[in-house]
Design a protein. Structure first.
Length: 148
């Protein structure tokens, strides 16, 4: 499970004196613990839920880095991106644009979508099928383009 792996990797980062990795993974573990203790979680955290948390943290980090870059704070942007790289090591490889389009064409055919009015049906199936493999914005943009 991802929770145990993160815990082990924190210890390894501490031994290696890798402050960025240690601090990033401690932050991730904090979010994991919050999710485990949330009402209705029954003190469990599935890998699927852990992946969603990791994706959210990586996305937030990239957005923060972009803001820092726009404000001329390259030093802070690099710190954020260093943390994002640590988090991304635990995420599955993202689909390329071509792979995403191929998968979405299959889903569109499976659902029987014929135009923009079917976007909701396609997105419902696509977001479940491609969870962890592509960001929601990328999926949405590609579906819009294919249904237009």
């Amino acid at each position: 499970m991802l929770f145990e792996q993160i815990s082990k990797d924190i210890v390894a980062a501490m031994k290696a004196q890798d402050a960025v990795r240690r601090d990033t993974l401690r932050n991730v573990k904090k979010y994991f613990l919050e999710a485990k203790t949330a009402s209705g979680a029954n003190d469990e955290l599935t890998d699927e839920a852990a992946l969603k948390i990791l994706q959210k943290l990586a996305k937030q980090g990239r957005e923060s880095a972009n803001i820092y870059t726009e404000q001329g704070r390259a030093d802070l942007a690099e710190e954020e991106m260093a943390q994002v790289r640590v988090i991304e090591a635990y995420l599955p490889k993202q689909l390329s644009e071509e792979e995403l389009e191929t998968r979405l064409r299959d889903i569109i055919a499976e659902v029987g979508a014929s135009g923009p009015q079917d976007m909701g049906r396609v997105m419902g199936k696509a977001t479940k099928a491609l969870a962890g493999l592509a960001e929601g914005q990328a999926i949405s943009a590609c579906v819009k383009r294919l249904l237009a």
